[in-house]
Every structure is written in structure tokens, then in C-alpha cells.
Design a binder for this molecule. Sequence first.
Ligand SMILES: Cc1ncc(COP(=O)(O)O)c(C=O)c1O
Length: 405
Amino acid sequence: MNLEKIKSAPSTREIDITNMNIPYHRPILPSDIHDVFPKSIQSGWLTTGPQVEKYENALKAYLGSDHVVAVNSCTGALHLALAAKGFGPGEKFIVPTNTFVASAAVGEWLGMEPILIDCDPNSHNFDLNRVEKALTQNANIKAIVPVHVAGEPVDMKVIFEWAEKYNLFVIEDAAHALEAESTAGKIGNTNHAAAFSFYANKNITTGGEGGALSTNDEQLAYDVKHLSIHGLSKDGWERYSAKNGWRYEITQLGYKYNMTDISGAFGITQLTHVDEWHKKRFQIIQKFKSGFDKINGLTLPSFNIHGKHGYHLYIVQFKEDLWRISRDEFIKKVNKSGIGTSVHYVPLHLHSYYQKTYGYTNGDFPVATALSNRIISLPLYPDLKDEEVEYIIHTLNQLWTQYSL
Ligand SMILES: Cc1ncc(COP(=O)(O)O)c(C=O)c1O
């Protein structure tokens, strides 16, 4: 084995760096499948049933909310919340441009028009001054979709005040923010609604795909649940239980977004680790902070600006004027060293669909545009080994030594 000493890393222990291959994300999977799949699944009940109910209850306890409806994606939860409120054509909603397409698409599917908002360069969340301006300048805004980018909470106290003032429905995109707390308290404990993602690379996963809606609004939870199963009055498990009988009724036109019991069981096990994994990611962030402190060509992320962070993404900003290589060349070199990366995000207004459909241009939203040209997301997950963290630190320091101006 070819061992090479990493000198610039905090530790000088010997690490084999010849074959380092650190994916952008690596989930922690159970070592024994029997830990995940209880008797009910092994006896053959695979779709929505007792495990989903148990997972919903566990999430409710974790989030401190009155109702949780588990579905098959965060996208589904966002869509159902807006659909349950009865929004449609002619109505508008506010959403950041610096987000994943799901945050906006869900309203568009209902015929609503998105009003994109530029971002704050520090928090990466939408700029609240611009949100307020949009609220005063546009008629017919019915909803707002605050996205807690990377796990950094939006200042929700302000958003809820505006919700009262402007009569808005607030559906939080909390895909990154399961553990987060904002200025208004625990995200998910809301009289409006919050949507969480349990996709494969999220803080916890329900086996690859999954999501949930959390709310204190009983009627909303009821409507979302029923819309998630084609508007049926009983799901499969309820019909299967002898006492409920087989009859069902379609009470409204719905969708098909229910979570399977396989996913629910997966989520139950993952949720038991949520705080431990959050802490582990924080420790990695601390190591990055000290390990990157000599790299003047990178701006390190800020955390906990408006509350407790979810520590979902670690996004550094590349200061191009201090390097002899571009951001894209830097990404290639990091990847070539065996380290996976990502970019969160190419803002919505830069995509051809949003330009064609709503007339946005590359010149709109200069803060988000400039940010998107500067950022790189590095691996951040609890399964990152100490030597992998050290290798990432070592690699970036080496690139800085080699390519700084
Ligand atoms: C900010 C944001 N919102 C929504 C989603 C959609 O989540 P899901 O894949 O669970 O539908 C994602 C997924 O990556 C996301 O990052």
C-alpha cells in the first residue's frame, strides 16, 4: 500500500490517499435488514399501513406538531398543501429563485404564477426586503414558499407576520431543515405547513424517496391525507382491516403520493439517529472551518443566522479573483482528486423553461446569479470518516498552494 503523509492537514497521521474516492453523499444503511423491516412487512404488508402511521407519530413527536402526513416526496407534500388550499389559475405565489425546481413547480402545476425573489448572499435564502417589496407591488399573491436553503432557517417570525398582514398561506420548503429551528420555533410546528424530504441524500432517508407534511391545522392535514390517495375516503390498510369494511368513496379528485410501509419502516430507524447525525455533521463543519482557514480564496459558509441550522449542505464560495483557475476548473480538479461535489443551485431564472415561460433573463436577480457562479457544495454527511475529512482539507489546501495568484 502506498502511504503518503498529509502535511497540511490538522493531523499528520498517515493516510492512504492514493485511492481516495469520497462520493458527494453516502447514506448510513442498516447493517441488518431485520432491524428495519418488522413483522408486519415480513408478513407481506408493503404499502401504506401501520409502519407509516408509526413513522408519522415519531415525526410528530420530533417536530412538536399536531399532524404529520407522510408521502412519497417533499415535492408531493408541497403540491398537496397548495392543492388542499384550493389555489389555482390567476393566483400568485412567492418563491426564491435560489432553490430546487420543486419549490416552484408545485404551484405552477395548479396554474399559479411564481414570483421569483433574489437571494441574500450570506444566508442564501430569499432576501426579505425583496419579499416585502414584491408583496406590496403585486396583487393576488396567495401563498409564499420560504425555502430553508442548506438548513439555514428563514426568519419565520417575519414571514408569519406578513402572512397575517397580507393574508398568505405559508408552505415552508423544509427539505433541508428537519432539525432546524427558526425565530418562530421548531420548523414543522406551524399553523400553516412545512414539507420535509427524505430523499436518498437528505439528513435522513426513507429508503431513497419520501417526504412529509407537518402542520397544526387539522383540516389541512385531513385534506392532504385524502388528496394523497386519490381522494379516497379510506386507504388500503383501512379497507383491509376487517372492522372498516371494503366500501370506499371518492370525495374529491386527488393524487397518488402515499408513502409505503417499507419507506415508513426505514424512516423509523433513521429518525432514531437524527440528533446524533446532526451533531456529527456539526463536528465535520468545525473541522472544515479550522482546516480551510488559511485558504483566502474561499469564503466559508455562515451558520445559525436566524436560528438552529439543519447542517444539510456545506457550501463554500470561490473568490475567482484570487485564483489562477476558474470555479469550474477548481470543481474539476476537486473531482479528479476523488472528491464528489455539487452546486446548490443554478437559480430558476437562469433555466430556459423559466425564461421561455415567464420572460426572466440572465440579467435578473444579480445576487443569486453571481452566487451560483461562485459556489461549490462539499461532502457533508455523518458517514464521512476522519481520514476523508482530512483528505478533503488537504486537497483544497494543496489546490490553494498550487493555484492561488
Ligand atoms: C430545496 C428542495 N426542495 C424540494 C426538494 C424535493 O424533494 P423530494 O425529492 O423529496 O421531492 C428538494 C430535493 O432535493 C430540495 O432540495
